[in-house]
Design a protein around this ligand. Structure first.
Ligand code: ADQ
Length: 476
């Protein structure tokens, strides 16, 4: 159900929701995939929405023509924010991905604190704000997304914009103690407080933010606390700080996984790896996803429970991501080495313990893996939500999958009761969970998966969107 938004929706995100491709001389544009785009599209169409973001392609693409085509096909408008190579290096690869990303995922050791990166972040956020100011109309619902754009609201206020502004953070918000390490902490917190509504994934993130803001700014105070939000007063303004766990389009995964194409691909996959349970890992290449730790836990399971040998295989699919950043290139090398070492240690002519592929899967292949794997091993060291966990359950249409989930993924708040929760740093404990999943009887599997599926069906991405938008229209 589309939320009853009475205002025009203006979405701002780092990237436009498009995939622009070139086949010989032909350029084409398609909407991006993913729950956020799927959920927002009907609202954008209905309310003549505008989406502002970086197109992510070079100058050689005929951008104006492609964006016009997009509007004709999709019924809403895209407005590009062009970025230079220097902007991308400093604002995106630098401050966003080498400072905020590791800091907000509790991985201080990966953080680079560089004044030039911070200045570029500020300048690019100002560039986005200028485009928003130009496109905005009175009474728009302006909704900025994610950690790359935390200062857009502050720049809009500097430009005199008084309208309601909302922000959603897709990644975790760190504890006050970690946040204090950031040299520009006060500017960033004040920037966030320029929005009227700030959304986080979990209650923990919301609490971390409120504690950080009130500790750093003595003039900020909590007015009242409610189940889903806290009201925070700063100067003359009252800010609604809530938690809204994002989700997926359940029906899209459920129906997709039941299609004949997926059923055939799933059968073929298992037939090729006959007589064993499949343990699935699907992640973007990222050090927050805990993939090396997962390989070690799988190795430990084989060592501790020899009856698993030849009876389980780990299918690990990694989507290439940020490969130009040295930490990511190092991680790729580490994974190659670990998989090679474990396979050499345990492998036998008819059986490979770890099938590791480094590529983006087509949808049918992704759904086939979700549907056919008896166990999903999703063990991020820290994750805002982790949609893979929800996608796996929604696609587990035979109700026979077991979800092993990190307690540090936001998704654990909703799925923890019926998943097997693990601490990804605890190699032995994760190995035990793999064994527990392997030996779980069909009835317990069915019970747990039925509960997981009904939780995700009820709290899907459409409900998430409704909750965020409707809460912005409530009186404080
Ligand atoms: P991500 O860190 O990208 O998102 P996640 O939520 O797991 O993490 O989403 C990854 C997406 O990529 C999933 O939709 C998945 O289907 C897709 N994907 C992964 N591997 C793939 C493969 N090999 N082939 C094809 N597709 C693949 C950020 C935050 C998360 C938060 C989301 C949404 O880091 O914590 O859940 O935003 O808010």
């Amino acid at each position: 159900m589309t939320p009853s938004l009475t205002k025009r929706l203006l979405i701002v995100s780092n990237r436009l929701p498009t995939v622009i491709t070139q086949d010989q001389d032909e350029w084409s544009v398609k909407p991006g995939t993913g729950g956020l785009v799927t959920a927002l599209a009907p609202v954008m169409r209905k309310n003549q929405g505008v989406w502002i973001g970086w197109p992510g392609c070079g100058d050689e693409a005929p951008l104006d023509k492609l964006l016009r085509e997009f509007k004709d096909q999709q019924g809403y408008q895209l407005v590009p924010v062009p970025l230079s190579e220097e902007d991308v290096e400093r604002y995106y690869r630098g401050f966003s991905n080498a400072t905020i990303w590791p800091l907000f995922h509790d991985l201080l050791g990966f953080c680079r604190f560089d004044l030039t990166d911070w200045q570029a972040y500020n300048a690019v956020n100002q560039k986005f704000a200028a485009v928003v100011a130009e496109q905005g109309e009175k009474d728009d619902f302006t909704w900025v997304h994610d950690y790359q754009l935390m200062l857009v609201g502050a720049h809009l206020r500097e430009m005199g914009i008084q309208d309601r502004l909302a922000f959603f953070l897709h990644i975790p918000f760190p504890s006050p103690d970690l946040f204090r390490r950031l040299p520009w902490k006060k500017s960033l917190i004040k920037g966030l407080l320029s929005y009227d509504q700030i959304g986080f994934q979990t209650l923990r993130d919301r609490r971390n933010f409120v504690q950080t803001a009130t500790a750093l700014l003595p003039e900020a105070e909590v007015v009242s606390r409610h189940r889903h939000h806290t009201l925070l007063k700063w100067g003359e303004r009252v800010i609604r700080v809530g938690h809204y766990p994002i989700s997926i389009d359940f029906d899209e995964f459920d129906e997709g996984a039941r299609s004949h194409e997926v059923e055939d691909a799933a059968w073929y996959l298992h037939e090729n790896l006959r007589g064993r349970q499949l343990v699935l890992g699907v992640d973007r290449l990222d050090y927050t996803k805990g993939i090396p730790e997962r390989f070690l836990a799988f190795e430990r399971a084989l060592e501790k429970y020899p009856e698993l040998i030849k009876r389980v295989s780990l299918l690990q699919v990694v989507v290439p991501s940020r490969t130009l950043v040295p930490d990511y290139a190092d991680l790729k090398e580490q994974l190659d080495q670990l998989a090679g070492r474990i396979n050499a240690r345990f492998g036998q002519p008819e059986w490979l313990p770890i099938h590791y592929v480094f590529r983006c899967l087509k949808r049918v292949q992704l759904l086939a893996r979700y549907r056919t794997s008896e166990i999903a091993l999703i063990t991020p060291l820290r994750d805002g939500m982790n949609l893979v966990a929800k996608e796996y359950c929604a696609s587990s249409v035979e109700n026979n999958g077991v979800l092993i989930l990190s307690e540090f993924a936001g998704a654990a708040d909703q799925l923890g009761k019926h998943a097997l929760l693990v601490n990804p740093y605890d190699t032995d404990g994760t190995a035990d969970a793999i064994y527990q999943a392997f030996t779980m009887d069909p009835e317990e599997r069915r019970q747990r998966m039925t509960n997981l599926r009904s939780e995700i069906r009820r709290n899907d991405v459409h409900r998430w969107l409704r909750r965020f938008v409707e809460s912005s229209e409530e009186e404080d």
